[in-house]
Design a protein around this ligand. Structure first.
Ligand SMILES: *Cc1c(COP(=O)(O)O)cnc(C)c1O
Length: 231
């Protein structure tokens, strides 16, 4: 099966999960995670109908961003270092992985210089695993409040990665938790902070994520096939 067939199969599963949850499939954006994939593979996916690509390293995304000549949006789904903030502002329309005030301040500064506004999601560490980025759930309201003062970034929601090895239904508690954090931030009614988006769910668990309210799902291997090891 090629990229196009796999993409259509994922779209069909999205539609079915949305249906089960009484949701509209149009309210769920599929982010095709293209880390480690070549420009040719990415272009094949875009031709098949992919509208949003997710990359997890700025440096890797840079070359592909220059190489892919088809209209597509780029999202950053991986951890961002402050020294890559300027490039990130140039390339990405949404940063899923904002997890500290200093990083927010740097993105804001760089965005302002370029006369742009950058949409961001606050990454929440719902599993508590030390290997995972993200703020602890109880700090999300506080960070969103501090970020709300920055004029060139806009908080649009939250993102999480489930626990390592937890797939399908096993990942559900992390998604439920992110939704609860979203409700807490939303009820704090912070000016300039929207909680429109929940980025959660990957190849192994996106259906459960949709059932729990995901508006953005990040899917790599189910579209592009098994990932080659990084060199
Ligand atoms: C790689 C990655 C994904 C996609 O993972 P798959 O299991 O290949 O679907 C999603 N989110 C993040 C943050 C990633 O790094």
């Amino acid at each position: 099966m090629g990229v196009g067939d796999r993409f259509r199969a994922v779209e069909e599963r999205i539609a079915q999960a949305a249906d089960r949850a009484g949701r509209e499939a149009e309210d769920i954006t599929l982010v095709a995670v293209s880390k480690t994939r070549t420009v040719a593979e990415i272009e094949e996916a875009v031709q098949a109908g992919v509208r949003v690509l997710g990359e997890n390293r700025v440096q890797e995304a840079e070359g592909k961003y220059a190489g892919v000549r088809l209209p597509v949006q780029w999202h950053l789904v991986g951890h961002l270092q402050t020294n890559k903030a300027r490039k990130a502002v140039e390339i990405f329309s949404l940063v899923h992985s904002l997890d500290s005030l200093p990083l927010g301040q740097e993105l804001d500064r760089r965005a302002e210089k370029l006369g742009k506004t950058v949409d961001i999601l606050v990454q929440v560490n719902t599993s508590g695993e030390v290997s995972k980025s993200g703020v602890p759930p109880e700090e999300a309201v506080d960070l969103a409040g501090k970020l709300s003062d920055l004029r060139s970034i806009r908080v649009r929601g939250l993102m999480t990665i489930g626990a390592l090895g937890a797939e399908g239904d096993a990942a559900r508690p992390y998604f439920v938790q992110l939704r609860e954090v979203r409700d807490r931030v939303a009820s704090a009614r912070i000016p300039n902070v929207s909680m429109a988006h929940l980025s959660m769910g990957m190849s192994g668990d996106f259906e459960a994520a949709i059932e729990e309210g995901a508006t953005l799902i990040r899917v790599g291997t189910a579209i592009f096939g098994h990932r080659p090891q990084r060199p």
